[in-house]
Write a protein that binds this ligand. Structure first.
Ligand code: 9WN
Length: 447
């Protein structure tokens, strides 16, 4: 038969191009998500990047995580950005002079030698450390990778489960939409509406130098992000019950998010495996992960909608917006069977359309009033959340669906130039191209 014409006849194979993206975004000790939009190290990006990088260079994958965890604060938090001092201050906003970690974060134990932000991102790290170890156990043992990472990961989980249990139900809260990683998801609209935005003239958005305004959050959103972060900073990045009623609570943003907590639980299972590898039993950690899964179902499952919702800790009510975050708990091994089956039905139904109107899971309800196929986390499909759903489908025995999703992810990563996110209907590229986690997770799916 005639050879099938290829859309890019002279291109290198997909895995080679994906590795090239990671190579060009590597800065010597870590990887930037994108040189243009995000020229520093980001926390959950680095975890996803390491998961892909392990197939190309297990050593670089270990370094990626070591660099990030090297910037951990004394109270256990892993900052959402570790700044590269050689990047000009105006390349990204908010820059180190906004966060002032080494002074404002002193009481919380911010590092003195490296500048970081003061908020966190989803805890994908223990999962990443475990997967990186598994890619080359010999190298990992020779470098004592797990024994060096374990105490830091344990302190990180302790921080989230104790200092961030603002709702008192056992789950961790986020105190800023950037912490959850899906910055302008419609789930934040109601809790954010209580926040008085910082005046537009008080800051300059560097993101609009590189990204199309209609693909990014609005100026009003940014004003609120800035206010929340500045208030948290001015309170010395203090958490705890006082945080809710004190300065952080003046703005009042504290939300329990299903994806953030599901990733914490998946990482707690990974930490149990790491503990076992290091000679402990890991039993207590697995048991805790199971208890947390039960708490997640108890506090965030909405049976009438067949998915998880966010809980607004200020009002103690669920936020009735359907986002991909509410499907991510599919990655949990001890989710009740019926809950997992319901999530799969919701994925296929009209709100996410998987395998029907869409080939990738959109970030937000296709029928929702706030849906916009191009605006960041208000509709476009993202590769990290789809990678998680693919993993969840496989875990719960949905192999055919997982295979189709994997195929669609690989094809879209290829045709979009490893885009940051894509139109969920057409696969059209949005945001940055040559985006690191898209390339990394492509490599992981190819292995
Ligand atoms: C704020 C780096 C990060 C991702 C987030 C994504 C975006 C930052 C921004 O980029 O957030 O942290 O400036 O918009 O929403 O998930 O980690 O890729």
């Amino acid at each position: 038969p005639e050879p099938k014409p290829s859309s890019a006849p002279f291109a290198e194979p997909l895995h080679v191009r994906a590795a090239q993206v990671l190579h060009s975004n590597w800065t010597g000790a870590s990887t930037v998500p994108s040189h243009s939009l995000y020229p520093h190290q980001w926390s959950w990006d680095s975890a996803f990047i390491a998961i892909g990088l392990r197939h190309v260079s297990p050593l670089r994958a270990q370094s990626e995580l070591e660099t990030l965890l090297g910037a951990q604060w004394g109270d256990g938090r892993i900052p959402h950005i570790v700044f590269n001092p050689s990047v000009p201050l105006d390349a990204y906003f908010p820059s180190p002079d906004f966060w002032r970690s080494s002074t404002a974060g002193r009481a919380a134990g911010a590092p003195r030698t490296v500048q970081t932000s003061g908020i966190v991102q989803p805890p994908v790290h223990a999962l990443a450390v475990w997967l990186v170890h598994a890619a080359d156990p010999g190298l990992s043992r020779a470098r004592s990778f797990l024994s060096r990472m374990y105490p830091r990961l344990a302190a990180w989980h302790r921080y989230l489960l104790h200092r961030r249990d603002l709702g008192g139900g056992g789950l961790a809260s986020v105190v800023h939409p950037w912490e959850q990683g899906m910055d302008n998801a419609p789930s934040w609209d109601a809790p954010l509406s209580r926040v008085t935005p910082a005046p537009a003239r008080s800051f300059r958005r560097a993101d609009l130098d590189h990204g199309a305004a209609e693909d990014r959050p609005t100026d009003l959103d940014y004003g609120r992000y800035v206010r929340l972060a500045a208030d948290y900073r001015d309170a010395g990045y203090a958490d705890g019950a006082a945080g809710i009623t004190g300065t952080v609570g003046a703005a009042g943003f504290a939300v329990e998010d299903p994806a953030f907590n599901a990733l914490l639980i998946a990482s707690e299972h990974a930490l149990a495996r790491i503990a076992r590898e290091l000679g402990a039993t890991g039993t207590a950690r697995h048991a805790r992960a199971e208890r947390l899964t039960a708490a997640l179902v108890d506090r965030l499952w909405e049976p009438a909608q067949g998915m998880f919702f966010c809980r607004d800790v200020r009002t103690d009510e669920l936020i009735p917006e359907r986002g991909v975050s509410g499907l991510v708990p599919l990655i949990l091994p001890t989710l009740p069977r019926e809950t997992a089956a319901t999530l799969v039905r919701t994925l296929r139904g009209p709100h996410f359309g998987l395998g029907d109107t869409t080939r990738l899971v959109p970030s937000y309800d296709l029928t929702g009033p706030a849906f916009d196929p191009h605006r960041y986390w208000r509709g476009p499909a993202w590769f990290n959340t789809n990678w998680l759903v693919e993993r969840g489908l496989r875990l719960h025995g949905e192999h055919a669906r997982a295979r189709r999703l994997r195929g669609a992810l690989l094809e879209t990563a290829d045709t979009s130039g490893f885009a940051e996110y894509v139109d969920p209907y057409t696969g059209e590229a949005c945001g940055a191209l040559g985006f690191s986690w898209t390339a990394a997770l492509t490599l992981d799916l190819l292995h």
